[in-house]
Design a protein around this ligand. Structure first.
Ligand code: DAH
Length: 364
């Protein structure tokens, strides 16, 4: 019985495939679904007659499925034919070279660049702690980039941050000469010159250095800087804040550890390592089998920085507000590329700037 139904269905499908216009469709409908002479009704009548009584309900059920299916196919075909008629009767479409069999045009959806994304995510961690976002110019004066940050003229600490300088400025005092900023730290100074404490700032931005390009260096890269100044800020605040931030960014099981270091604008200074978020500290390729990854520099704001800030405030007609008993602060800075390379497993920093869609597509 089932076979017989399947055979009829196959025939139905074969015939309906050759129906190409409304007239043929109507003839087809009458032939199959006509009240008396229609194949479906006629077929049922003759089959049912021959069936033993106990098989009749079983057949009834199978037949209902079959009839429902073919009717749906017929309706779909009718819809296709009518839609086709609409298209073809439109003179505009007829005269154009529109080929409806071509695949559609897929618009590519843009995504945030992995560096922008890393910066935004890091900024969000500090924004949640009440930090405001600070910005400053990429073309900076020697004063903000170096002098106020306690890199005196000709001091060897400047050698670590060589950069492009704007030409023909020899007639100006050194501190007023323009250069491409080598770090986001000058925004600390600008912010303190312009605002009274308390201050909590996170500063994302682009920086420039005379560094040879290689797999991990680029003469242009990005940093996220932080500054917190208030009454009675201590090194414990610094440790607590950075420990929280690293957990918020990399996951709550990440640990931090602090090592003595040197930056001219902080005293004491520290380098911060986090336990490897990929292997949990057991050692893997990403942490070079040490279980730890060095991620940022930080420290307590050096009094010399507060003095430079206040001197500039006085020049600008503002009251000194930072080199004041009871006021202290911490600062930190980290490289965005380094973090993004580690997080996304990027082996060559140049990929970030190549504009190669095959690279960028991976961040969809
Ligand atoms: N400006 C430093 C650099 O580019 C990074 C840094 C270290 C920033 C320590 C800080 C800090 O604010 O406290 O190498």
């Amino acid at each position: 019985m089932g076979d017989a139904v399947a055979q009829v269905e196959a025939r139905f499908n074969e015939e309906i495939d050759s129906v190409s216009d409304a007239e043929m469709l109507e003839a087809f409908r009458v032939r199959w679904f006509g009240d008396k002479a229609g194949l479906i009704n006629k077929g049922v009548a003759s089959w049912v007659r021959e069936l033993p009584r106990e098989l009749k309900p079983v057949f009834g059920k199978q037949f209902k499925n079959f009839a429902g299916g073919v009717e749906r196919t017929l309706n779909e075909r009718r819809f296709e034919i009518e839609r086709g008629k609409d298209f073809h009767s439109s003179s505009q479409l007829q005269s154009s070279n529109l080929d409806l069999s071509l695949p559609g045009i897929r618009r590519s959806v843009g995504v945030e660049h992995p560096l922008t994304r890393t910066m935004r995510e890091m900024v969000a961690v500090f924004a949640a702690l009440g930090y405001s976002v600070g910005v400053g110019p990429e073309v900076e004066t020697d004063f903000y980039n170096f002098e106020a940050l306690n890199f005196p003229p000709n001091h060897p600490a400047r050698d670590t941050q060589d950069t492009l300088v704007v030409a023909d400025q020899e007639s100006k005092p050194l501190r007023e000469r323009y250069l491409m900023r080598t770090h986001t730290s000058p925004v600390q100074i600008r912010s303190m010159v312009a605002n009274d404490p308390p201050l909590r700032l996170v500063i994302p931005g682009k920086v420039h250095r005379n560094d040879e390009s290689d797999a991990t260096h680029s003469p242009i890269f990005h940093q996220v800087e932080g500054l917190c100044v208030d009454r009675g800020i201590t090194f414990s605040d610094l440790k607590g804040t950075l420990d929280h931030a690293m957990k918020a960014f990399f996951g709550s099981s990440v640990k931090t550890r602090f090592f003595p270091s040197f930056f001219p604008f902080t005293e004491p200074s520290a380098d911060v390592q986090i336990s490897c978020p990929f292997c949990g500290g057991n050692g893997c390729r990403k942490c070079k089998w040490s279980g730890w990854i060095e991620l940022l520099g930080c420290g307590m704001v050096d009094p010399a920085v507060f003095q430079a800030v206040d001197a500039r405030r006085v020049e600008n007609g503002l009251a000194p507000a930072f080199d004041v008993p009871g006021i202290s602060g911490f600062a930190f800075g980290m490289g965005v590329e380094r973090i993004a390379m580690m997080k996304y497993g990027v082996g060559d920093i140049g990929q970030f700037y190549s504009g190669d869609l095959r690279f960028l597509d991976q961040f969809l």
